[in-house]
Design a protein. Structure first.
Lengths: 177, 177
């Protein structure tokens, strides 16, 4: 068992930051499995489980994904990129939202908090040309590459917390306004 | 400080289930604040922070939301409904995904894991008529009610774990297939 400090949910929420600078250090397979297990256990609408994950460790492939991701250097630097895909269906929930982007987001959010507990940094990557990244990974047409997740050991101490609006500006009681 | 058992992230991930039966017991304000703080600290694309949350405790309002939610009884039964909204922008990430449904999902996922740690059950509600629910809550036109979250103390011992596909069916290495 690889070592890590067990962390409660609120600690992980506070510790999780978008890490854009990584050590040149591999992520242990055991930790990778735990991240993927976190994704696997996460819920999806009607338990459709349309999410699929491609774990990319190969440096050349990661370099190509970096190019597809508008040359954001951390995408090539992170030792692990997880391409988070969905087998696309037109299924919209009654509220009108497409289910698959939300379902993928749920799985990724689970992984980011699990990563924080495992001492890993992570960063959502939404800035990439989908066609180009799909070509690199051989992803078929009926599958959407919704987001990528960079994972690795943070190079620096964690970056400063981003500003967040105070609760009173984002929470209302009983009714809007 | 209200009592709860500190829980590590993986424990919370395993414990979190979709709870559709609740005790008639109020959720402490302190726990509610912690849930909302979890949502507040969660990331959003470019840190837009377009998420807004309406905490509904009033029974009559919850009953109306239950009707909007296709009469799913747990929506009226849960002592707390959090209406999770987004101030809609057309902003799409480079990958082509609309940011706001994903950003709202991230906040909700944070809350569901925090709820598990706090001994609370929760359930995503996507099956509702948006226009009807928005009218109940006075939500303006340019705001989307993306999902609702039911929160409360579970009435039963936690329901059985849902089936999930094994890792080997959802994870690939280096390339699709």
């Amino acid at each position: 068992m690889v070592g890590f400090q067990v962390m409660d949910v609120f600690e992980a929420i506070k510790k999780r930051k978008s890490v854009r600078s990584y050590l040149d250090k591999a992520v242990e397979e055991e930790k990778l499995s735990m991240l993927l297990e976190a994704a696997r256990l996460s819920p999806s609408a009607r338990n459709i489980q349309e999410r699929r994950f491609i774990v990319v460790l190969d440096k050349k492939t990661r370099q190509k994904l970096m190019v597809a991701a508008k040359n954001q250097s951390f995408v090539g630097e992170a030792p692990v990129i997880i391409a988070c895909c969905a087998i696309v269906t037109d299924y919209k929930m009654t509220c009108g939202q497409l289910a698959y982007p939300i379902d993928v987001a749920i799985a990724i959010d689970h992984m980011t908090l699990a990563a924080a507990e495992l001492g890993l940094g992570s960063c959502w990557v939404g800035a990439f040309y989908e066609d180009q990244a799909k070509k690199v990974l051989g992803i078929p047409e009926d599958v959407c590459l919704v987001e990528m997740l960079a994972v690795g050991y943070p190079a620096d101490s964690y970056p400063n917390e981003k500003n967040r609006l105070p609760l009173k500006e984002i929470v209302m009681r009983e009714k809007w306004g």
